[in-house]
Design a protein around this ligand. Structure first.
Ligand code: MN3
Length: 199
């Protein structure tokens, strides 16, 4: 059984003007597809074949091809799901309460934006759920994620933002801060709530 590129729940142009259609199409059909294909090749015939993507991130991050492509597949799958056209503008349910306990929505936004903007080079910003239900913001390099030992805060992510240039360069060029602030317009907080409640 191989990994497959997940279908998106919206059209490539649905997130405009925050994320343009061309970027979405290339990101999904080229970048994410390549991670899926390379991951399938990397695990073929190994003990990791047949494991879940979470299990692969947790246990196989010492193999570069599996770390990079497994992370790439997990991270992008999460990313597509927490995006939605004209997203609910504010957190809901248990995540809303957890963000209030964190210090409020504005503080979360500021910390998350700082993590995304200051991640040097390629990587991701994350909102993660700790064992006690509280939240933590962190970031990671390349296609690493917090399931991998020693990465970021080490807690599972419920929200993530891709800050690789391939995620924003066509529309924003070098203006990563503009991309980061626009991202808050298309967050699917219902899905973030679902992710929070699953853990
Ligand atoms: Mn990407």
């Amino acid at each position: 059984m191989s990994f497959e590129l997940p279908k998106l729940n919206y059209a490539y142009d649905a997130l405009e003007p925050v994320i343009d259609a061309r970027t979405m199409e290339i990101h999904h059909t080229k970048h994410h597809q390549a991670y899926v294909d390379n991951l399938n090749n990397a695990i073929k015939g190994t003990e990791h074949e047949g494991k879940s993507i979470e299990e692969i991130c947790k246990t196989a991050s010492d193999v570069p091809a599996i770390r990079n492509n497994g992370g790439g597949h997990f991270n992008h799958t999460l990313f597509w799901e927490i995006l939605t056209p004209g997203g609910s503008k504010e957190p809901v349910g248990n995540v809303k309460a957890a963000i209030e306990a964190y210090g409020g929505f504005e503080k979360f936004k500021e910390d998350f934006s700082t993590a995304a903007k200051t991640r040097f080079g390629s990587g991701w910003a994350w909102l993660c759920k700790k064992e006690d239900g509280s939240l933590e913001v962190c970031s990671s390099a390349n296609q690493d994620n917090t399931l991998m030992p020693g990465v970021g805060c080490g807690n599972p992510a419920i929200l993530g933002l891709d800050v690789w240039e391939h995620a924003y360069y066509l529309h924003y060029q070098n203006r990563r801060p503009d991309y980061v602030s626009a991202f808050f317009e298309v967050i699917n907080w219902d899905k973030v709530e679902e992710n929070y409640n699953k853990l």
